[in-house]
Design a protein around this ligand. Sequence first.
Ligand code: NAP
Length: 251
Amino acid sequence: MANPFSLEGKVALVTGANTGIGQGIAIALAAAGADIAAAGRSEPTETQKAVEALGRKFLSIKADFGSIEPVQRVVDETVAAFGKADILVNNAGIIRRADSIEFSEADWDAVMDTNLKVVFFLTQAFAKQALKQGGGKVINIASLLSFQGGIRVPSYTAAKSGLAGLTKILANEWATKGINVNAIAPGYFDTNNTEALRADQDRNAAILARIPAARWGRPEDIGGAAVFLASSASDYVQGITLPVDGGWLAR
Ligand code: NAP
């Protein structure tokens, strides 16, 4: 029987793959057999080395996901290089922290644009290509704040909660067309995104005390869930937001 988790011969487009969770996912998908197109604003040199060391092809696409301007080009460049695009991982994202009472319009718009609007339109461009190919896999990187409220991050919570909803509606529309749309909700991961939390000793201790696994997640902790949702092993899984959180939501 063929390995249902194999990504041999597949092409994965991963946004923000130069660092953190996106890098962990790109490397895991490559280890499972996929070639990688990495789209983002910083050069993904380290990721490229790791992917090529696994014997997979790697393409770097320059794109600033602050607006929807690059979305069609990103899909076109992937298809021009590899002939197709089978998997999309919407990982690039930002966070802005301030008390809601004084939160600015600029911080609202920046987070909503990158974390929600661009994700929708990049997914739309990808899905048009996937429909021509007979199907594809979309993995959105959501958050615990797709389930919970959080604190001092109103635009981030709104965007990530919206992303869980978007994951469901797109699954509803495309499930019969061979496209799976699912999300992963990382718990507290040790990346640039959470640097401010780890730097605050009290906050860091409170977070660790609540995680049953008693440690921050590492980028390599997320790869298994991504390979599952990118592979045929998940063909009958639609519209879920899968927590990878060391047990945070169970507590
Ligand atoms: P990170 O290290 O800050 O990575 C964020 C990635 O997004 C980087 O590659 C970054 O590129 C890219 N990005 C941000 N704005 C961009 C833009 N305008 N154009 C192109 N790329 C852009 O943080 P991370 O933790 O790995 O975050 C990855 C995803 O996981 C995000 O969606 C985040 O919300 C989500 N997440 C993280 C955690 C956590 O605990 N860390 C928890 C839940 C969800 P640059 O390097 O160039 O800035």
